[in-house]
Design a binder for this molecule. Structure first.
Ligand code: HEM
Length: 400
């Protein structure tokens, strides 16, 4: 047994994962940890093992299987409710995921780029006309990310603050099971009403198309559709907003790399590589990926028995010195390497094409329109969210 999970992190270096991962990668890359509920899943910290684990069909994300590790009470609260597609049995998962493939295709997402640029421009107009200092999360990162996913799904933008607050309760490791359960119930009811309305009044939105093509034809129950949309809202705005905030912080703390970033921002290929590096360096999904073995498997020389839980720590894998030389350095010119910030294997992020476009628009536009952007408080005064599934801050005070 190594440590209790999650491992402690030094918040004076908010962009670095817990230092203990480095020792584990070298000495105990697959080791047992003790979770909040007393369970003892395996923790995977090395890139090679993490890559193999995420790509291995014998490691499932089916929440109904006993042994699947729950990294927080909120995660366990999901078990008592309709599970969104990602947490279902592999066969159910594949059927529902196929319903979304076209919706999130790179070609379809590319058509959204001009609209995303307008949303970013309008949000910055409002931010720049407002008071200084301001909170970058509330004034820029969240409104853009929420508006994009709301427009894509066809969710009323008026409801976004309420929905986001529910999402925060679900994503916090501090939320007791009852509070997380209530937030999940409320989200579920919201999206069930949306499905119900859409069944009566068709619309040409993602929700409208899924309802018309799958719910009304009997292939997807209204409850499963509501759970799907709830997950798309939850997973489709938080990581993007947190990534923009923490990526901005990384660039503000390293003016030389910010200069390099702006120098490549006009070249689509180099910009895409720079975004990959920011995704790697920040790895905003720092809560371990949860899996359970459906058969005995051997991973990195370690036997993992059927029914045992596994936590794949992608923030550690993305700092693996055997794959990324000088891994704790942000290097905008790093030769792109397949990092795990958006996952890997069958559960690879559904919204990855959308996430890339959002980041490719948001970072350059922010730094070009606000060239004097800087932190408004010392780093140690930023209130980081120290117990959240995502790496982020309650507030990111900036000025210009
Ligand atoms: C910078 C932004 C984003 C990051 C860092 C991110 C990260 C991730 C990661 C690491 C996973 C894998 C989970 C696992 O294997 O356990 C994932 C899955 C997922 N993401 Fe994203 N994501 C981002 C943006 C988005 C967006 C914009 C959407 C839009 C809907 C989205 C929807 C999803 C969904 C639905 C899943 C579950 C996929 C599955 O299990 O098959 N994500 N994301």
């Amino acid at each position: 047994m190594s440590d209790s999970y999650p491992l402690p992190k030094n918040w004076r270096c908010p962009l670095d994962p817990p230092a203990e991962y480095k020792r584990l990668r070298q000495e105990a890359p697959i080791t047992r940890v003790r979770a909040w509920d007393g369970s003892t899943p395996w923790l995977i910290t090395r890139y090679e093992d993490a890559y193999a684990a995420l790509g291995d069909p014998r490691l499932s994300m089916d929440f109904r299987l006993p042994g699947l590790p729950h990294t927080s009470p909120a995660s366990a609260a999901r078990l008592e409710r309709t599970l969104p597609f990602a947490f279902r049995s592999d066969s159910e998962y594949r059927v529902q995921r196929a319903m979304l493939v076209q919706e999130f295709s790179p070609r379809r997402m590319e058509t959204l780029r001009p609209r995303i640029q307008s949303i970013v421009d309008e949000t910055l107009d409002t931010m720049l006309a407002g008071p200084r200092p301001t909170d970058l999360m509330a004034a820029f990162a969240l409104p853009v990310a929420i508006r994009v996913i709301c427009e894509l799904l066809g969710v009323s933008h008026d409801d976004h603050v309420h929905l986001h607050n529910l999402s925060c309760t679900i994503g916090s490791r501090d939320s007791p099971k009852e509070a997380a359960g209530q937030a999940l119930d409320e989200m579920e009811r919201y999206f069930e009403r949306l499905v119900d309305e859409t069944m009566r009044n068709p619309s040409d939105t993602l929700v409208g198309r899924v309802v018309a093509e799958h719910v009304l034809k009997g292939a997807l129950s209204p409850q499963d559709a509501a759970a799907m949309f709830q997950m798309l809202f939850h997973a489709g705005h938080g990581p993007t907003a947190y990534m923009v905030c923490m990526g901005t912080l990384a660039l503000l703390l390293d003016p030389a790399q910010l200069g390099e970033f702006l120098a490549v921002a006009d070249d689509p290929r180099q910009l895409s590589a720079a975004i990959q590096e920011l995704l790697r360096y920040v790895t905003v999904s720092h809560s371990g990926r949860q899996r359970v073995a459906t058969e005995d498997i051997t991973l990195g020389g370690q036997l993992i028995r059927a029914g045992e839980g596994v936590i794949v720590q992608i923030d550690s894998a993305n700092r693996d010195e055997t794959v990324f030389p000088d891994p704790d350095r942000l290097d905008i010119h790093r030769t792109p390497h397949r990092n795990l910030a958006l996952g890997h294997g069958i559960h690879l992020c559904t919204g990855r094409a959308l996430a890339f476009i959002e980041l490719e628009v948001m970072f350059p536009t922010l730094f070009r329109r606000v060239p004097t952007l800087r932190l408004a408080v010392p780093l140690e005064d930023i209130p980081f969210k120290q117990n959240d599934n995502l790496l982020g801050a309650h507030e990111m005070p900036v000025t210009w």
